[in-house]
Design a protein around this ligand. Structure first.
Ligand code: G3H
Ligand code: ZN
Length: 281
């Protein structure tokens, strides 16, 4: 069934576990995430990023409608989350499209502007009954973003600043920069667990890990133990899907039916989803 992100994250935080949150781009992603979560018998968040909406010719509704329909028929709880939203126009479509939560991403802005934009987004979101996540400190590596030095001061979330940011913006959860980077194709990130411990002690809202595809299993497990309650995974699905399709087409140069290779790609994503959920839960 379709549930809310807020309830899944609250339940995970209370149990010292994390909600696996997967980025969806195609119908195959939706089906694979739900099938993988059903196999692992775990609740899951389907998240649509602003970049994914841009890929869908700027239209949110077709993918959102498919996700809602799939979630309603799932045998495990599924929530819908709008991810990395920078555009106010997209933010305002969230509730009507079936999303119970949004991640408002103004982390590229200097502190005061990030805070002012996030506070306005949070006020609007709460008036709609939406749960809202924001980011402080920058998890670099997003498509179209300049490369960020992982050791630059802005690439880490400062605990004191984070406490003020959460109090002054009123957000429900915070994405923290502790060493992961978006779009990594190797699982070689090392996380700053001392910083995570300080953030977790300083904040009374759930913490979110972005760029989790590049984080190895043992680091993910340690991050959840250290206070991460929502784990965002995107690139790992694309690696699985694209690799499987590439191998299939190389072995079957005569193939023309798109169901053949999309099916292989979807099955590879199912295995990845199940594997990640088993690591997290
Ligand atoms: O918000 C989405 C995630 O941060 C995904 O990051 O594609 O590096 O796994 P990833
Ligand atoms: Zn992210």
């Amino acid at each position: 069934p379709l549930v809310t992100t807020g309830e899944l994250v609250a339940r995970a935080a209370a149990a010292h576990s994390a909600v696996p949150s997967f980025n969806i781009i195609t119908l195959e992603h939706i089906e694979a995430v739900i099938a993988g979560a059903e196999a692992a018998q775990a609740a899951v968040v389907l998240q649509v990023s602003e970049n994914a909406v841009k890929f869908r010719y700027g239209r949110l509704l077709p993918l959102a409608r498919a996700a809602v329909a799939a979630a309603e028929r799932a045998t495990i709880p599924v929530a819908l989350h709008l991810d990395h939203v920078q555009s106010d126009d997209l933010l305002r479509q969230a509730a009507d499209a079936g999303f119970s939560s949004v991640m408002y991403d103004a982390a590229r802005l200097p502190y005061e502007r990030n805070l002012a934009a996030t506070r306005a987004a949070a006020d609007w979101a709460h008036a709609q009954g939406l749960w809202i996540e924001a980011e402080l400190g920058q998890v670099g590596g997003k498509a179209g973003q300049p490369a960020l030095d992982a050791h630059a001061p802005g690439a880490r979330t400062d605990p004191d600043q984070a406490r003020a940011f959460v109090a002054d913006s009123g957000v429900d959860a915070l994405a923290v920069a502790i060493g992961s980077t978006h779009a990594m194709t190797t699982r070689t990130a090392t996380l700053d667990h001392t910083l995570l411990k300080r953030l977790s002690a300083a904040l009374d809202v759930p913490l979110v890990l972005h760029g989790s595809s590049g984080v190895p299993d043992h680091e993910l497990v340690a991050a959840v133990a250290g206070g991460i309650s929502k784990v965002n995974i995107g690139t790992a699905l694309n690696i699985a899907m694209t690799g499987a399709i590439r191998d299939f087409l190389a072995a079957h140069p005569e193939a023309v039916d798109s169901r053949k290779y999309l099916g292989v790609g979807r099955e590879a994503m199912v295995r990845t989803v199940t594997g990640i959920i088993r690591t997290l839960t």
